[in-house]
Design a protein around this ligand. Structure first.
Ligand SMILES: [Zn+2]
Length: 614
């Protein structure tokens, strides 16, 4: 769906010196953590800069964030030797009594539910590695559920890495509701360096290791500092009703350079360049600088989605996330993005960086609350090649992550420039392509793949007839959406200037249709909660095929058929099947409605499927 209007990519429009200068200015605000002067000053710096540009509304959203502050922690090996490690308390940890908790250590590798199989860890002290799966809060949640008395997290990086990383274990993603309070894992938790953890593992190889852990934090409400800008396209050029949301987290630990002053700096330069209007801005842009990202587990972006929900639901075409840009030693591009965006992203990537990023499903992690509504998520960044990642203990965001060591020497200017260019082009195209470039054929093929995965992994799926019905309907939908793609192709060669009034109104209708597909399909197939609520932070189940169905099947498998629990879970499973089938019926209705407008409304090209010809 290449459009010649944006085929000629605007290179070198960004001023890279500006980006570097923003990184330097922003990283002076170290430890810019919710509720501190540092983030307040950084947010005023951003507001001040944006206010000097023309045609952008700028303000700071102030709202309550429930955050947590570190007070003290201690990790002391008592036997077979005596040794005290450097440590940092995980925020929202349960405070230990003054004497701490003492017990034997059990090492559970990455600390996912699989690693606990066959282990009795009641009252034990867990040692787990900081890999990205499951995320830190889920590790704490699992340890708490297994009735461990504390959890120690080993930092990632090289085995000799002495940095003690920082983090939080709230587990509840975004702002709290009263019901959420009990989902905060109430367990003492501390971080130690990878070097000390490796030492501990060596001791464990020889026998029992007794340890004492102390942790103390203070949880309280603070007021946010969350700058926001809104660029409204001039009426004469505004052909389309949609809006694009872009953002990166302002709240940052330690030195803040690559996490995330670089991301914020790229946003500022893109906004500055857009407002010079060398490129047209045909869609509205909202740009965000999130507070409450690190400790409040994305409390700021969660608040934004809850508070701007109606507008986002009606009009947002995507959320583009800027995080972890320009890390030294990285060259492997990964994109955790919604499948319907993969084709579009791949095209831009080939043109700008000469290769496609590795595509992965978006996780409900970081500031990605938009996916809950059904708004596609785009997050592309460069990390280490797989061989290097292995050596670094899966340090996806660098061994200096969340520490004082996140300094200017960790920036690779070439990779930062490439990422800035890439995102500028994503955005230019998204603001100017007449038809939103989302391809639901890719999404649907992924669903078919997932249904087959479920059938393969679970030999006797209860009520597999229902799963079959869903599969058949999905295949019908696939054929119909392929036909829609055929006539989208008809319009894709036209520049916005070549479109007449009638064509513009058709395109508006098509875009509304494409947004509606996402709003229905994503909450059904890429979520386990309703579209007004949020899954737990980084919920691992969402990486599994058909998460709604999978989340029931894993439990069902543990019970005897016709037991009390089995029967109750079967009811749950049927309701999840109902949700999926109903969603597919609804999207089929949407396509049928769209296609029923032809021939007056859309011309079906000669070479398209004969499915809808009368
Ligand atoms: Zn980050």
């Amino acid at each position: 769906m290449a459009n010649p209007f944006t085929k000629d990519l605007a290179r070198d429009r960004l001023d890279f010196n500006n980006i570097l200068s923003f990184v330097k200015s922003l990283s002076k605000y170290k430890d810019r953590i919710a509720g501190t002067e540092s983030i307040k000053e950084a947010s005023l710096f951003i507001k001040g800069f944006l206010e000097e540009l023309q045609d952008i509304e700028v303000w700071i959203d102030e709202f309550p964030i429930y955050t947590s502050f570190p007070l003290e922690s201690e990790v002391a090996v008592l036997s077979p030797i005596a040794k005290v490690f450097q440590s940092f308390p995980n925020l929202y940890s349960l405070n230990t009594p003054p004497e701490g908790v003492t017990n034997d250590v059990v090492y559970v590798e990455r600390g996912g539910s699989k690693e606990y199989e066959g282990l009795d860890v009641r009252n034990k002290i867990i040692l787990a590695d900081l890999s990205y799966a499951p995320p830190r809060p889920e590790k704490a949640w699992l340890a708490r559920n297994k009735e461990a008395s504390a959890i120690i997290l080993s930092n990632w990086g090289h085995p000799q890495n002495e940095i003690v990383g920082r983090g939080a274990i709230k587990h509840v993603w975004g702002p709290l509701t009263l019901e959420d309070v009990n989902r905060i894992p109430r367990i003492p938790s501390v971080n130690i360096s990878r070097k000390d953890a490796e030492f501990l593992k060596k001791l464990l190889e020889k026998g029992t290791v007794k340890i004492n852990v102390k942790s103390k934090v203070e949880d309280r409400w603070v007021i946010s500092n969350q700058p926001i800008g809104r660029i409204i396209p001039p009426q004469s050029k505004s052909m389309f009703d949609e809006l694009l949301v872009i953002g990166g987290h302002l709240e940052s630990w330690g030195g803040t350079v690559t996490d995330n002053s670089t991301g914020i700096a790229v946003i500022l330069e893109i906004v500055r360049t857009l407002l010079k209007k060398e490129e047209k801005i045909r869609r509205e842009v909202i740009t965000n600088f999130w507070d409450g990202h690190e400790i409040g587990e994305a409390a700021g972006s969660g608040w934004f989605v809850d508070n701007y929900w109606g507008e986002l639901n009606e009009r947002a075409i995507a959320y583009v996330n800027f995080d972890g840009f320009g890390m030294i030693g990285t060259n492997h591009f990964i994109s955790y993005s919604s499948p319907e965006t993969w084709g579009f992203l791949g095209e831009v990537e080939k043109a700008v960086i000469g290769k496609e990023s590795e595509k992965r499903l978006p996780l409900k992690i970081g500031d990605n609350f938009f996916l809950g509504i059904g708004i596609p998520y785009i997050f592309t960044f460069a990390t280490y090649p797989p061989e290097e990642m292995e050596k670094l203990g899966n340090a996806l965001f660098g061994w200096w992550y969340h520490s004082e060591e996140d300094t200017l020497d960790k920036v690779d200017e070439d990779i930062l420039k490439l990422q800035a260019e890439l995102h500028f082009h994503y955005i230019i195209k998204l603001l100017n392509e007449p038809i939103i470039p989302w391809d639901y054929v890719t999404f649907i093929k992924y669903i078919i793949h997932e249904i087959k995965e479920i059938e393969k992994s679970y030999k006797d799926v209860p009520r597999s007839d229902r799963l079959n019905t869903i599969l058949k309907k999905v295949e019908v939908f696939q054929k119909k959406i392929e036909a829609v793609n055929d006539f989208i192709e008809e319009y894709s060669d036209k520049t916005p200037e070549e479109l007449n009034e009638k064509e513009i109104s058709r395109i508006k209708r098509l875009n509304k249709f494409l947004l509606s597909l996402g709003r229905l399909l994503n909450p059904a197939f890429r979520s386990t909660t309703d579209k007004y609520s949020h899954d737990p932070y980084g919920y691992s189940i969402l990486t599994k095929p058909l998460p709604r169905v999978y989340s029931v099947l894993v439990k069902l498998n543990k019970y005897e058929e016709s037991s009390f629990e089995y029967n109750c879970l079967l009811t749950r499973l049927l309701r999840e099947y109902n949700y999926l089938e109903d969603t597919i019926s609804s999207v089929i209705d949407l396509v049928d409605n769209l296609l029923s407008l032809k021939p007056n409304y859309f011309t079906i090209p000669k070479n398209s499927s004969s499915l809808f010809r009368t």
